[in-house]
Write a protein that binds this ligand. Sequence first.
Ligand SMILES: Cc1cc2nc3c(=O)[nH]c(=O)nc-3n(C[C@H](O)[C@H](O)[C@H](O)COP(=O)(O)OP(=O)(O)OC[C@H]3O[C@@H](n4cnc5c(N)ncnc54)[C@H](O)[C@@H]3O)c2cc1C
Length: 443
Amino acid sequence: MRVAIVGAGITGLSLAYELLKRDHTVTVFEGATHVGGELATVEVGGESVERFYHHLFTHDHDMVALASDLQVDDRVEWMEPEMGYYTNRRVYPFTSPIDLLRFDALSLSGRARLALGTMLLQRTRDFRVFEDRTAAEVLPQYVGQEAFEVVFASLLRAKFADHWESISMAWMWARLMARARTRTRDKRRERLGYFRGSFRVIPDALAASVVSHGADLRLRTRVEAITLGDSDSPVLWADGSAFEADAVVATVGLPIIRRLIPRAHHGFATSLATTAYVGACVVLLHIREQLSRFYWTSIGDRDLPFAGLIEHTNFVDCERYGGARLLYISNYLPAGHEFFQLSDDRLVERFINPIARVFPRFERQHIVEAWVSRDPVAQPVIAAGYQRRKPSYSSPIRGFYICNTSQIYPEDRGTNHNVRIARECADQLEADASSLIIGCQSA
Ligand SMILES: Cc1cc2nc3c(=O)[nH]c(=O)nc-3n(C[C@H](O)[C@H](O)[C@H](O)COP(=O)(O)OP(=O)(O)OC[C@H]3O[C@@H](n4cnc5c(N)ncnc54)[C@H](O)[C@@H]3O)c2cc1C
């Protein structure tokens, strides 16, 4: 079967890898000059580092297995970084249960409710009881209103911006479970993984493998439209030329898919629009000085213009980057937010004083270089009842398939699940192959 894949991020490349294992013919269309999508990197001190911060959880078995398959598992390293939480003009250590006991931004009874409620939630085995309820509705019942407002509401806002009140409790539960499962045995720290050479090790190895197994990987080739051929099979348009395949799989976000699919399928396009997205706007700073001991500092105060400060070189040794210190400034925002329009310089300027409020050691003169990355289609909004809206791999358009992050549920989206859905989608294509190929031959 001839399969065309739109997008050479980790999903598109994992899918190509799986389809080649099943002896299909694969062409991958990628609009950018490089593979990897959200795993794109910059070079600092001769080493690659992601434009968007990344780490692995200990239970990210699909990623680790893929790394092993690609013979790059020797690059996986596990660290136990410290976490912080900024609220009331102070950074609190937020790594261990003892930190929680000392977290005096909450009253003593607030801390007790938080600990007890989180424990109870983590004992719930079946997320389906939460699927139709929002985290904003359920969480206060478990952890109390005070802890909900001080801790969880800001975490939800940080990830989903204006959509935070609609987020499914099933998503929140999965996230709490993931964080609990990645803790060390004594529960004192989280154990997080990283690839020596950055996460791009995986898309690079995948691209090399699929090309060596016969895939046609076309970089700088943006897909402009998908139309229907004579036999109603999908025809993909790129660089003004048509490309016919038995099946087309789009791994790009739903808003992009809606623009690509045939107008005749207006109803399908409308159904995809029921999933909203927020964008990611992330600045990576190369700075001269270490700012704190924390890898990840979540920002609880709403008057700051970012949701997290992530000091990557408190996770990965700065010697790897020739001694450079690396700080990410993280924001998830609606695509219409002014941060998606401001020039890079003006955006960085906006952050200088606020960073110094969190880490008084920080000064403008510490900045050596800055990289601004924006992805307006970064995070599907997983609202209550999402299980009914989640798109399936197959679609009402014969031969047209979707395999993207909107199908990751209830887990938080991440590379491990991209690898998993790519395998599931390949299985589905394999199961459908005979009907797709016969249809094409009868054209
Ligand atoms: C800020 C941030 C932090 C993250 N942190 C983590 C983390 O810690 N751990 C983790 O596991 N995951 C993390 N993720 C998630 C992870 O990066 C994504 O789940 C994963 O990279 C998505 O891969 P993808 O292939 O589905 O999509 P993408 O990477 O978006 O790839 C889609 C590709 O399609 C291409 N494309 C778009 N339109 C077209 C077109 N018309 N024609 C051809 N090509 C097109 C794009 O150029 C891109 O290369 C993070 C993401 C972000 C944004």
